[in-house]
Design a protein around this ligand. Structure first.
Ligand SMILES: *Cc1c(COP(=O)(O)O)cnc(C)c1O
Length: 359
């Protein structure tokens, strides 16, 4: 077997142990003679998977019974509109922290429903940083504050939750979900597309606090867009395969020691890689140091003409998915939970050779 050193931003590397567990039981799930994706989503087998995944997620994240967990479809991009559909109307205001392309897309959707106060934007510096608390200008009484905890494209990440003075946070956590412990009390809604750090594409995990759920608008809103619809019942067919896989990723996280341990491992990988970037001027990290992401490490070469060669030569060494997003250019190494430390070591070793050869 030959596994790639996979630095793809998403869909991204998944835990090998989980892939193997799924492979082993795929064609005959627990003696049923069917795979889980061939059974009714209302039958006992899938019901168990769905409930287990909800319960395990609550346990791992430290969510109390005041939270509901939903497994929805349509990606994080659908949450960009579902959030304001449920919580913003004409004449009302929501605050958004604009720290990258994904935040900008969320803002665009919210503006269809009500006022958006861009409480912070780092657009003028090509989103190379996230704010400190004192830089954010909240409005007087926003319905919620939306932020993107990790900016997948620009390689920046909030080290802790923004301080909103009690306004519930709504967080797009797609690219650092379950990578570290969070202060759950500050959140009204946490949502994440699974395909970065939590599982295969197809499921969007939404954790929503019950008092927030009760505040949602229920008039003039299509059933599928209404959080209450999904909290009340399993309204339509969920993304069965993705939830099933996610359930095993949760086991894997628990086996590894939970979120504290994940955070330690992720910090260790990121610090190694940033240390290599900071050695001299040959490489250059694109994010400001205080804002650097532990998930997506974005960097350039001093000699930008060499970047194509870097990516090509890396691929020959089985180091894949390193091309940066076009809005930053250069390289991006996504080193999510499931990226083994050996892959980061292999990348660092390649970077050292490359510097020797071309520096
Ligand atoms: C990838 C990503 C999205 C978009 O997710 P989809 O599931 O493709 O809609 C949104 N936000 C962040 C932070 C992302 O990384």
């Amino acid at each position: 077997m030959s596994r790639s050193h996979n630095f793809s931003a998403g869909p991204a590397v998944l835990p090998l142990e989980v892939l193997q567990r799924v492979e082993k039981e795929l064609v005959d799930y627990k003696g049923t003679g069917s795979s889980i994706i061939e059974l009714s989503h209302r039958g006992p087998e899938y019901t168990e998977v769905h409930t287990q995944a909800q319960e395990k997620l609550k346990k791992i994240l430290g969510l109390g019974d005041d939270f509901e967990v939903l497994f929805l479809q349509g990606g994080a991009s659908t949450q960009f509109l579902m959030v304001p559909y449920n919580y913003l109307r004409e004449g009302e205001t929501a605050d958004y922290l604009n720290t990258g392309s994904w935040s900008s897309k969320a803002i665009k959707e919210a503006k269809l429903f009500g006022n958006v106060n861009e409480a912070f934007s780092s657009k003028d510096v090509n989103f190379n940083r996230v704010p400190t608390d004192s830089e954010v200008n909240y409005s007087d009484n926003p319905n919620y504050v939306h932020f993107t905890s990790n900016n997948t494209i620009f390689g920046t990440q909030f080290r802790k939750e923004p301080e909103t003075g009690g306004t519930p946070l709504v967080c797009d956590a797609s690219s650092d979900f379950l990578s570290r412990p969070i202060d759950v009390d500050k959140y009204g809604i946490i949502y994440a597309g699974a395909q970065k750090n939590a599982g295969p594409s197809g499921v969007t995990i939404v954790a929503i606090r019950k008092d927030m759920l009760e505040k949602a608008y229920t008039e003039n809103i299509p059933s599928m867009m209404n959080y209450q619809t999904h909290a009340k019942t399993l309204f339509n067919t969920p993304p069965v395969f993705a939830v099933y896989f996610f359930n095993y990723v949760l086991d894997w996280i628990q086996d590894k020691g939970g979120l504290k341990q994940m955070e330690e491992l992720n910090r260790k990988k990121a610090e190694k890689l940033y240390a290599e970037l900071d050695k001299d001027d040959f490489f250059r990290g694109t994010a400001e140091k205080e804002s650097r992401s532990h998930m997506n490490v974005t960097f350039r070469l001093a000699d930008e003409d060499l970047e194509k060669t870097f990516i090509e030569e890396a691929a020959k060494q089985n180091l894949n998915g390193l091309k940066g997003h076009r809005s930053v250019g250069g390289m991006r190494a996504s080193i999510y939970n499931a990226c083994p430390e050996e892959s980061v070591d292999a990348l660092i070793s390649f970077m050292q050779d490359f510097r020797q050869k071309h520096g």
